[in-house]
Design a protein around this ligand. Structure first.
Ligand code: F6P
Length: 463
């Protein structure tokens, strides 16, 4: 293997540069050239294939900083359609012209879905990333539990659901225990919870904080570190009666309540509280927005104004209950130590997998009590159901206590290995040294895109 292409696909995460860095470092050791393909799959559809040589003379370019969030080679939500054979042929032709012997895609479940048709034309490996932590399996046999029924309403003609499971769940069985980006997203979200708490306490208010994660509750679960009173996850329909009882109990006790909800939470009928009707992104995912607002509206209606007036804690429920979204701040900025370290290992492992001759494979992060965290290779097909589809991992129900609406004992056990020691001392020091740097006031922001642009090369110019 002489030259590897690498691209970042889907929503960004804080640790994409760290994964690229790990891959480039390994490539340098093996004397392999590494080309960064600009803007994810978008680059492959462009006959000029804009790209950057990331390790000329087997030295990493200085713009590649593993402590910087986002991705220096850009990302997009474009994806490869397996049915468009002509397009796929064009792509593999372009890769050949560029002299690329293998491809690393840094992506999530959507990217993994598009890997198969590429892997039939060129050795391709996925290095995982997603703040949602939904790329993986609760146990190896999970893909076999999916059943499909025809559904004229769905554009694919089918809908998928999970059959009853007879597999036992054990933390040691998880495939891809945690995904780079997740830990930093939890850090930002848990900090948000801590900060909102003191204002809720001071003003005797009920705060609802919405976090990302699509249909997986892992980010919401992790915010337990910020000590919210209640956590609502998409995997468990909201029981409004129970929720309001618990809110009133807590409000009586402490004069404030902090609730965290995942953006994909559903009501008792399974309807998404925050789904914007008919809106999907280019990857076909329903755009989720407004779960916290929908929850607030329901709570205002159920609790009513009298309750707050009686306590002399506000004139109305509308005044007392407020919402905040952590939003894209949880997806950006400097990755914390856990993410940086394991992202780099996963990037390096992806290179090793290609060099070992593996194709259609994924580098995964495994955890067990004896060995701690370690990276392995896993065949992508083992993530696929029997029709070849990859489904996002849902958080296993045993990680959540639906009565207390908090992580269960097992949920805590799941979080501990990831987050104990996840923040490096340099992470805290970095903030101390850089945020209030007087230079920040004097100089405008200098974007990485400006520097990388100077390095972009095009196929036609070279060919
Ligand atoms: O999949 C990552 C994610 O951040 C989700 O948690 C969220 O729903 C979505 O992407 C937001 O996407 P966009 O940046 O396109 O608004």
């Amino acid at each position: 293997m002489k030259r590897i292409g690498i691209l970042t696909a889907g929503g960004d995460t804080p640790s994409l540069n760290a994964t690229i860095h790990g891959a480039v470092m390994r490539a340098n050791q093996l004397r392999i050239e590494m080309y960064g393909l600009i803007k994810g799959f978008n680059c492959l559809f462009n006959p000029r294939v804009p790209h950057v040589h990331l390790n000329p003379l087997f030295q990493e370019i200085p713009e590649l900083d593993p402590t910087k969030g986002g991705t220096l080679i850009g990302s997009s939500r474009d994806f490869v359609d397996p049915n468009k054979k002509d397009e796929l042929d064009l792509i593999s032709g372009r890769m050949k012209q560029l002299g690329i012997d293998g491809l690393i895609c840094i992506g999530g479940d959507g990217t993994l879905n598009g890997l198969q048709p590429l892997a039939e034309r060129l050795p391709t490996v996925l290095a995982p990333k997603t703040i949602d932590n939904d790329l993986g399996l609760n146990y190896p046999s999970e893909p076999d539990e999916w059943v499909r029924t025809s559904d004229p309403q769905d554009p694919s003609g089918y809908s998928y659901r999970r059959a009853e499971s007879d597999a036992s769940f054990d933390l040691d069985q998880i495939v891809n225990y945690a995904t780079p980006g997740y830990a930093t997203a939890v850090l930002v979200s848990a900090q948000g919870v801590e900060r909102v708490r003191t204002t809720a306490e001071s003003h005797r208010r009920i705060a609802i904080i919405e976090v990302m994660g699509r249909h997986s509750g892992y980010i919401a679960l992790g915010t337990a570190y910020g000590q919210p009173d209640i956590i609502l996850i998409p995997e468990h329909p909201v029981n409004f009666e129970l929720l309001v009882d618990r809110v009133k109990y807590l409000y009586d006790l402490q004069k404030n309540v902090v609730i965290v909800c995942g953006e994909g939470i559903v009501d008792e009928l399974g309807n998404e509280l925050g789904a914007e009707s008919n809106t999907t992104d280019t990857g076909g995912n329903v755009a989720l927005s407004g779960a916290a607002d929908a929850l607030r509206a329901r709570m205002i209606q159920m609790i009513g104004d009298n309750y707050f007036q009686r306590y002399r804690r506000g004139n109305s429920a509308r005044e007392a209950i407020f919402t905040r979204k952590v939003g894209h701040t949880q997806r950006g900025g400097r990755p914390i130590l856990f993410d940086r370290f394991y992202a780099a290992l996963l990037g390096a492992k992806a290179v090793d997998l290609l060099v070992e001759g593996r194709n259609n494979a994924v580098s995964i992060l495994q955890y067990d009590f004896k060995r701690g965290f370690h990276v392995e290779g896993y065949d992508a097909n083992r993530f696929r159901d029997r029709w070849g589809l990859i489904h996002p991992r849902y958080m296993h129900h045993s990680l959540y206590d639906p009565r207390l609406m908090k992580p269960s004992k097992m949920g805590n056990d799941y979080l501990l290995p990831i987050f104990t020691g996840a923040i490096g001392s340099d992470d805290a020091e970095h903030m101390r040294q850089t945020l209030f740097d007087p230079g920040n006031l004097a100089q405008p922001y200098h974007s990485i895109n400006t520097d990388v642009h100077k390095r972009i090369r095009y196929l036609s110019a070279e060919g």
